[in-house]
Design a protein around this ligand. Structure first.
Ligand code: PLP
Length: 413
């Protein structure tokens, strides 16, 4: 069956025809039968170069043979025990070695779960009710963080989804990215009610949008001054910007960190970790409840351990990924828009200057993006179908694919 036919059936049985909204490409999404290395094959027999990489997790590409072997090896021993397994200690120790700010870590099954638990923990630890998030920052699909950007830094939050009580999100304050004054004045006024600032150190879900020089350092020092916990949501940037994520890249020590995506090697995972005094508040060690049937399942742990082992054996991969991304950038010079990249995260914005925050990102010409995106797909390059989703490449993208991507950018912008 062709993608268009499958989508018509899917729409009858799944809301919007998809399991996650961004996938509902119009007029219909393409259905995939296999992924190998940097490529996807569709039911319509198209062979696409994938610059979405499942929105970040697949830094080693699709069906990486080493990860596949590890998963198969675990499968023969079962895939869910409901009791501790040695693998969770192995992965915990690795995460702790890789992140000096993380002294203890708890595994969950998704990034959303990780941020939800980290925020509860911050509230439990500080005894304060409010949190701050950055406009345009994405931390998963739970109530407290589904607050539309655009409101001023001191106005109360507006829910971004039906079904989220306004009463609840009024405890979520918002400030613009790259704007230390907004943060400082909010904290000077209200810090006694604010438990934490949660932020993506590099905005990855409308971008990337990069931090200006000194911004993250100032965020760290002003939050510390007011005893407000700093939570780095590194679900995208963890193991993407380097082995120690954005906190290593920028030299910042957050109080808590959330991880996901790459950490599971392509299987579902999330994790939150940080200072021991804070993490010790988590049940059963402490009074902040958190639990999950699939938490620390041996299959996700095994895929994660194999991925981190591979990365540690090939640390040069980060430099290689960065050079490859630079080649794509060079192909876009003189095109009028702006190419933003950090490591192997990149985006071509249809806006003449790189955006500094959510408001500026929204000025991008989404109609131009849409027609560019369609041309790219015709050229057999799959980019995330939104001006506001980061593109990724993997270690499986060879020079041949990078050349094809670069040529396509040149031709399609
Ligand atoms: C993807 C993402 C999440 C949510 O992770 P899920 O595994 O989809 O629940 C949270 N924070 C950031 C920064 C993300 O990119």
């Amino acid at each position: 069956m062709k993608s268009s036919e499958l989508y018509n059936i899917a729409k009858q049985v799944i809301p919007g025809g998809v399991s996650s909204p961004v996938r509902a490409i119009q007029p219909y999404p393409f259905y995939v039968t296999s992924g190998h290395g940097p490529r996807l094959t569709t039911v319509d027999d198209a062979d696409l170069i994938d610059c979405c990489c499942a929105y970040g997790p697949l830094i080693l590409g699709h069906a990486h043979p080493v990860i596949k072997e590890a998963i198969i090896g675990q499968l023969s021993d079962g895939w869910l025990y409901g009791t501790p397994a040695p693998a969770e200690i192995t992965l915990a120790e690795q995460v702790i070695r890789d992140h000096p700010s993380i002294e203890m870590v708890r595994f969950v099954s998704s990034g959303s779960e990780a941020t939800m638990a980290a925020l509860r923990l911050a509230r439990g630890f500080t005894g304060r009710t409010d949190i701050i998030k950055i406009e345009g920052g994405f931390h998963g699909a739970h109530d407290a963080v589904l607050v539309q950007a655009g409101s001023g830094c001191t106005t109360l939050g507006q829910p971004d989804s039906a079904g989220v009580p306004a009463d609840l999100v009024k405890h979520t304050r918002q400030i613009p990215y790259n704007d230390i004054e907004s943060l400082t004045s909010l904290l000077e006024k209200d810090s006694s009610s604010i438990a934490a600032l949660i932020m993506e150190p590099v905005l990855g879900n409308i971008g990337p949008i990069l931090p200006e020089k000194g911004y993250l350092e100032e965020v760290r020092s002003v939050t510390a001054e007011h005893d407000v916990l700093l939570i780095f949501d590194e679900v995208i940037t963890g193991y993407r910007l380097g082995i120690g994520g954005a906190q290593q890249y920028f030299g910042i020590r957050p109080d808590l960190t959330t991880l996901g995506k790459i950490l599971g090697g392509g299987l579902p995972i999330g994790a939150f970790g940080g200072r021991k005094d804070i993490m010790s508040m988590i049940a059963p060690a402490g009074p902040v409840y958190q639990a999950g049937t699939f938490s620390g399942n041996p299959l996700s742990l095994t895929a994660g351990i194999a991925t981190l082992e591979w990365i540690h054996k090939h640390p040069e991969m980060y430099g290689d990924l960065e050079s490859k991304t630079k080649i794509i950038e060079d192909a876009c010079t003189g095109k009028g828009g702006s190419f933003v990249r950090i490591g192997s995260m990149f985006k071509y914005y249809f806006r003449n200057q790189p955006p500094r925050n959510y408001r500026e990102a929204k000025e991008a010409d989404t109609t131009a993006f849409r027609s560019f995106w369609e041309k790219m797909l015709k050229a057999r390059i799959f980019l995330p179908p939104s001006q506001f989703e980061t593109n990724f490449i993997s270690v499986a993208h060879s020079e041949r694919e990078i050349e094809a991507i670069s040529q396509a950018y040149k031709a399609c912008i």
